[in-house]
Design a protein around this ligand. Structure first.
Ligand code: DAH
Length: 348
């Protein structure tokens, strides 16, 4: 007396029809829900005799299990189908050729120029030092013999930081590497204080500098290299010989002239601009300014903690970016700082 087989068949067909999980759950309710057809059958058991109840109950439970099995099978099938669709839509075509990575990094042309400068001066016995980019008013200006009202101190030329130092003066983004002359020489003087002799100070300081200025040949952030040579027996002649040697090594040519043109800087007396002229090549025959220089002013020597009667110093401050532009034939300084890989990759 298995009159429940058609119901099981019907449920199976119903579940097969469901193509989405929500449809399937609705179909399930029609058989196993509170008013579902199997549930109705179970409710009807109450009217039967105990023997009939037992036999009929077993049949209904068997049918119920078959329906539940069909339901679970359909649930799995729907979940599987959904997964397959998702996999297909997110398919990776592993047969596509891969995209090539960049040819690897390389040094920025400014870093290359800086490394050349360090190597050349290093070979001439100069130390290479580094200094703070956020400076005090004293090191940037006062120690370097700048009068209180010197235009370099103005906000039009120098970036100030909204923090004051112990003396109540605003800190600045160093507008030149010259403050490191004083910092380095002070440390050197302290180290040899009380000794009969002090070895010469020979140092270069390459680094970032900042000024309120922006056009094809000026960038608010730029690079300088400071040079300082102090001793009891140095003269302007040493500066000239040393700088010529440097510039010839940097440009890898001896077909190049140097000239010192009188100038003014508060921290040197006398002061000179250094110009160079190539005797060959695309820049031939033009005087090009590459550096400021001079004999360190006695007031600055004193601020270094040294006796200006005994020690004489020579200094220079050259633009690294300018040297790199000349070396690589670049006319717009901004190209260095725009980060365009098509430009930068040419130097690798
Ligand atoms: N600090 C100067 C500037 O930024 C450059 C300079 C000139 C540095 C003469 C020196 C020097 O050491 O002696 O324009």
């Amino acid at each position: 007396m298995n009159d429940l087989s058609p119901l099981v068949q019907e449920a199976r067909a119903d579940f097969e029809q469901a193509t989405a999980p929500a449809d399937l759950e609705n179909a399930k309710a029609r058989y196993l829900g509170k008013t579902g057809r199997i549930t109705e059958q179970l409710k009807a058991l109450g009217a039967l005799s105990p023997d009939d109840k037992k036999a009929r109950g077993a049949l209904i439970n068997a049918a119920k299990q078959q329906i539940e099995a069909a339901l679970n099978a359909r649930r799995d099938a729907l979940a599987d189908a959904e997964l397959q669709t998702q996999l297909k839509s997110e398919a990776l075509d592993v047969t596509l050729p891969g995209r090539k990575r960049g040819a690897g990094g390389g040094l920025h042309p400014i870093s290359r120029a800086r490394e050349r400068i360090e190597a050349i001066f290093g070979s001439m016995g100069f130390d290479v030092a580094d200094g703070p980019e956020i400076e005090t008013d004293w090191y940037s200006f006062t120690a370097l013999n700048n009068p209180e009202n010197h235009p370099a101190r103005s906000m039009q030329d120098t970036f100030y930081v909204d923090i004051k130092d112990a003396h109540g003066a605003y800190l600045n983004l160093r507008p030149h590497t010259s403050p490191m002359q004083v910092r380095y020489a002070q440390a050197h003087a302290r180290r040899y204080a009380g000794q009969a002799t002090m070895p010469d100070i020979r140092v270069i300081v390459p680094g970032r500098t900042y000024r309120v200025d922006s056009d094809a040949t000026h960038s608010p952030m730029f690079h300088q290299v400071e040079g300082l040579w102090i001793g009891e027996n140095v003269s302007f002649k040493d500066l000239k010989v040393m700088y010529l040697e440097f510039i010839q090594a940097f440009f890898e040519t001896t077909e190049l002239k140097l000239r010192f043109r009188p100038s003014y800087f508060p921290f040197t007396e006398p002061s000179a601009e250094i110009d160079i002229m190539f005797e060959r090549g695309p820049l031939e025959g033009r005087w090009l300014e590459v550096s400021g220089s001079g004999q360190v002013h006695p007031n600055v020597v004193r601020n270094m903690g040294l006796d200006p009667e005994r020690y004489v110093g020579f200094a220079f401050g050259s633009g690294i970016d300018r040297l790199a532009m000349l070396r690589y034939g670049i006319s717009d300084l901004r190209a260095f700082f725009e980060g365009d890989l098509r430009f930068l990759a040419q130097f690798n």
